[in-house]
Design a protein around this ligand. Structure first.
Ligand SMILES: Nc1ncnc2c1ncn2[C@@H]1O[C@H](COP(=O)(O)OP(=O)(O)OP(=O)(O)O)[C@@H](O)[C@H]1O
Length: 615
């Protein structure tokens, strides 16, 4: 059977289907939700700190702008009825000049008011966006590992970038335009009724029809935009994953498969956008048609009123002008409503993250742990990442200050889990973990983590200089201290050979550095922090003997005088450990030093023999 037929029939287990499964993303949001007033007020509360200071100026400018705008048609009617074609007497050019001058002045005032209004609304808008972005980022930084376990990095990024940006327009233009439009609408209605209440009423009666149309459409439009956002979020997640995994994709020549999947997502996003946009487009013309009907009523009934002597031509022109200014705000209010719906969809997603409680947080009565000595006790610790699946099944371990512990065992046996619990990236499901007698759940996270140094398998290098990356261990370290740390772990030698030495710029994830170099750099970072407890998830990468030796020497320096936990893969590292813990399916099966365990001829001996077999 050809691949095509297999794919089209969707036979489980085919290459095509396997790939599809690889890219299944969780739906990132709930589409159907009622308009949430609570969230709406919460969003607008962000304006509060600036509203008191800036809103009065904006409102004054807005009222000034509206008054001047609404006075122009009235002056025009005066020009027609009093200066150009007066009912009694002869036309007055002088009066016409005065009126024209007045209109010019009004336009200048209107322009000045608009300039200041826009300036101040921009200030409010930008500050609100700044605060929202800061709050969200601050909160996301606090969230625990379990939160990130469940979400693709792309979808987290989308909320900080796209969702916040989509609120930008609402705060910079939307809110104030909404106020202006409302004021203008009410103002025009009053003027229309004042000029001629019968004609005014006839025109105003079309307004409910317009709102009816907009309410009918609004639910569908809202859903359509939410759908667009969801599809975009999926694309971003996939994009993020694809870029991060580009090397693997290319190595396995999966570009075409990946492209096919991306294409599908892209097409769905395009369709979804088209649907939403078509609905949006339909909104404007519908309003215009209703507006047209309104104008018909105006001229038909207006002409009738002129004939019966109840209205002058000038006032009908003014009326037509006002009515022209009437549909605009209604139309904009419709658009504004859409903008609001999009913004609400974004704010729903933003607040969903902000309301996410950090799984790991300080207890209300948490105390800072005093300077750590390094005695660590695991008391019958059970841990589940997911309910019902025990990754650790009752670990008891007593570690004395200064001891070095090597964790060994098959893949998935629970080694990384132990070190994750020690740094309190997760809380134990059952049992107790104490450091110097303190249950780590009772102390502040900051005081705990600041005394624990962690070198993870994925030695993350941030974009910046080599010096910055080492200094990440302790931000107030001097240049000399940074270099001393690098020298102590044998990193200095390769750093000075780099084109810019310590000032060499490394990119995100440190792709310009080799695995061994990255590891030495992270050792220097950990040494600079001078932690009492050191956790090391050793990289399994095979490196040359020279680097291996360098790493061993670096480790000796690093471990000296500290309690250390190492997920160890290299025999040399394991052999020197004070206590080797052999894990199997989340349980400690053997422990002791290298000699003792070899003599036991158990799992450890098997692991070591297996390693030798490969040499
Ligand atoms: N974030 C996670 N969510 C759910 N389950 C997890 C998570 N991390 C690990 N596990 C599961 O917990 C068990 C122990 O994993 P752990 O990472 O501690 O193993 P390990 O001994 O460090 O393996 P390796 O040597 O491959 O790194 C495994 O069954 C694994 O599938």
């Amino acid at each position: 059977m050809s691949a095509d037929t297999a794919a089209s029939k969707k036979i489980p287990g085919t290459k095509e289907n396997k790939n599809q499964e690889r890219f299944v993303y969780q739906d990132d949001e709930v589409i159907e939700k009622p308009f949430n007033w609570g969230e709406f007020t919460r969003l607008f509360a962000y304006m509060k700190p600036y509203a008191k200071q800036l809103l009065p100026i904006i409102i004054v400018m807005m009222i000034l702008g509206t008054i001047t705008k609404l006075t122009v048609p009235y002056l025009t009617s005066l020009a027609i009825d009093k200066a150009i074609a007066p009912a009694e007497g002869s036309p007055s050019l002088r009066l016409l000049y005065w009126i024209a001058g007045g209109i010019l002045l009004l336009y200048i005032i209107q322009w000045a008011a608009a300039t200041y209004r826009i300036k101040y609304t921009n200030i409010i808008g930008q500050r609100v966006i700044y605060d929202l972005r800061t709050d969200l980022f601050k909160h996301i930084q606090k969230l625990s590992f379990s939160f990130f376990d469940k979400r693709p990095a792309g979808s987290v990024m989308v909320r900080i970038t796209n969702d916040i940006n989509s609120l930008q327009d609402l705060f910079t233009n939307g809110v104030v335009n909404l106020m202006i439009d409302c004021v203008q609408l009410v103002g025009i209605m009053i003027i229309l009724l004042f000029i001629n209440w019968k004609l005014g009423l006839a025109v105003i009666l079309t307004v409910p029809v317009m709102f009816l149309i907009s309410t009918k459409l609004r639910v569908r439009i809202r859903r359509a935009w939410q759908d667009v956002r969801m599809k975009n979020s999926r694309i971003n997640s996939h994009l993020n994953e694809s870029i991060q995994g580009i090397r693997v994709t290319q190595a396995y020549t999966q570009e075409d498969e990946n492209m096919k999947f991306f294409d599908q997502m892209n097409a769905t996003s395009r369709k979804s956008w088209n649907r939403a946009s078509t609905m949006n487009q339909a909104f404007g013309p519908l309003i215009e048609i209703t507006g047209g009907v309104g104008s018909l009523i105006l001229f038909w009934y207006g002409a009738f009123l002129i004939q019966s002597g109840e209205l002058t031509i000038g006032l009908l022109v003014a009326f037509a002008n006002y009515v022209g200014n009437f549909w605009d705000p209604i139309n904009r209010l419709g658009q504004m409503y859409n903008q609001l719906l999009v913004a609400m969809a974004s704010s729903e997603r933003i607040f969903e993250f902000m309301d996410e409680e950090p799984g790991i947080a300080d207890k209300p009565n948490a105390v800072p742990i005093p300077s750590i000595k390094g005695d660590i006790k695991f008391e019958h610790i059970v841990f589940e990442y997911e309910k019902g699946r025990q990754a650790l099944k009752g670990i008891d371990l007593d570690v004395k200050a200064g001891q070095s512990i090597a964790l060994v065992g098959h893949t998935g046996s629970g080694k990384s889990t132990i070190i994750n619990l020690l740094s309190r990236f997760y809380d134990v499901t059952d049992g107790k973990l104490t450091i110097d007698g303190y249950d780590i759940r009772d102390v502040t996270i900051r005081s705990l983590r600041s005394q624990i140094g962690i070198v993870l398998q994925d030695t993350f290098i941030f974009s910046g200089t080599i010096r910055d990356n080492i200094r990440f261990g302790r931000l107030d370290a001097t240049d000399e201290e940074v270099e001393a740390a690098a020298k102590a772990v044998n990193a200095h030698e390769f750093i000075v050979k780099l084109p810019g030495g310590y000032e060499t710029e490394v990119e995100e994830r440190g792709n310009v550095l080799s695995m061994g170099q990255r590891q030495l750099l992270s050792f220097a970072r950990a040494l600079l922090a001078d932690p009492r407890i050191l956790i090391l998830d050793e990289a399994t990468a095979s490196i040359d003997t020279e680097t291996e030796l360098k790493i061993q020497e670096a480790l000796k320096v690093l471990l000296k005088g500290r309690t250390s936990f190492m997920v160890a893969h290299r025999l040399s590292t394991i052999r020197n450990a004070d206590n080797i813990i052999v894990l199997d399916h989340g349980e400690i099966k053997e422990q002791g030093n290298h000699q003792q365990l070899i003599q036991q001829k158990g799992i450890y001996n098997g692991l070591i023999e297996a390693q030798f077999r490969f040499l």
